[in-house]
Design a protein around this ligand. Structure first.
Ligand SMILES: Cc1cc2nc3c(=O)[nH]c(=O)nc-3n(C[C@H](O)[C@H](O)[C@H](O)COP(=O)(O)OP(=O)(O)OC[C@H]3O[C@@H](n4cnc5c(N)ncnc54)[C@H](O)[C@@H]3O)c2cc1C
Length: 258
């Protein structure tokens, strides 16, 4: 049963946007391995990585890769981990029926070039937040993992993760008080655009002003969850940060809501 809770008068969080100088870098693939059955990690290195800066957990870079016709195209990815002293940047590719970025990740070999541009900007959320609820699919795991790893002791975060299988859950270190709620889609027989399995998890949760909800998944899923939170749970949209990380049936598409 969903509950309608009137949003008490409480100052909404601030989402601060910082512009970063966009830089295009020619790098070298130094490692490639599976993090889980459906997630491939590519590690890149190279002199041009010096000065890379992606301060926000959900910053994104553009991977510049060839399409089928050999034209260079861009796709958005999260810089999963940047280690300035080792000179390494990790990018995690959720595998699906291949578009050019997925195909590039599957085909690229250690020693080959990786072209990375950005990030162009970064967003920082601050304010009087009691708890975060983060909801994401496998494409959002890199950003969610960064947020959880960066969280401080005493922070409370609920991470609702929808993933292809139990084996795709990753070990994530966090100093925060984290509750994981996992939806294993193969066990439910549902696909990445299923929303009922996520709404079922959100229904019993205490969601109200004071709880900041971060959403990143397929565009239609995010739209449905956002509408559920605002219309059925009465959450003011200023307590939600929502991004469609991909759109079913459409190449090179993201959905913006903010
Ligand atoms: C801010 C941001 C950060 C992102 N970070 C990451 C990240 O760290 N890791 C990551 O894996 N993805 C991430 N994504 C999502 C990624 O950009 C898209 O999945 C992108 O479409 C993949 O490009 P492609 O060339 O493989 O497929 P496209 O050419 O874009 O699409 C080809 C087909 O595949 C479908 N498709 C695309 N993605 C998926 C998917 N995940 N599952 C099923 N079908 C899909 C499309 O609907 C289309 O029909 C991020 C997106 C954004 C906006």
């Amino acid at each position: 049963m969903s509950q309608t809770i009137k949003t008490p008068n409480r100052t909404a969080p601030v989402i601060e946007r910082v512009r970063l100088e966009p830089v295009k870098r020619n790098l070298i693939v130094s490692e490639k391995y599976y993090v889980s059955p459906n997630m491939l990690r590519i590690v890149v290195t190279g002199e041009e990585l010096v000065g890379f800066n992606a301060p926000g957990a959900d910053d994104n870079i553009k991977m510049i890769v060839p399409d089928e016709a050999g034209n260079m195209v861009m796709r958005s990815y999260t810089p999963r981990r940047y280690d300035a002293s080792a000179g390494e940047l990790e990018i995690d590719f959720a595998l699906h029926l291949a578009g050019p970025a997925t195909k590039w990740a599957l085909d690229v070999e250690v020693g080959e070039t990786a072209i990375v541009a950005g990030p162009r900007g970064s967003k920082r959320v601050s304010g009087d937040i009691d708890r975060w609820v983060m909801v994401g699919d496998e494409t959002a795991i890199p950003a969610m993992a960064r947020r959880l790893e960066a969280a401080e002791a005493g922070e409370r975060i609920t991470a609702v993760i929808t993933i292809p299988s139990r084996e795709d859950m990753q070990q994530i270190e966090s100093a925060a008080d984290v509750d994981y709620v996992c939806v294993y889609r193969d066990e439910l027989g549902v696909g990445a655009t299923d929303t009922a399995s996520l709404i079922r998890q959100l229904e019993p949760m205490d969601i109200r002003a004071g709880v900041f909800v971060w959403l990143a998944a397929e565009g239609g899923v995010v739209r449905t969850l956002r509408t559920y939170l605002t219309d059925e749970r009465g959450l003011d949209r200023r307590w939600i940060k929502a991004s469609g990380y991909w759109v079913e049936g459409e190449a090179d598409t993201t959905a913006k809501f903010d």
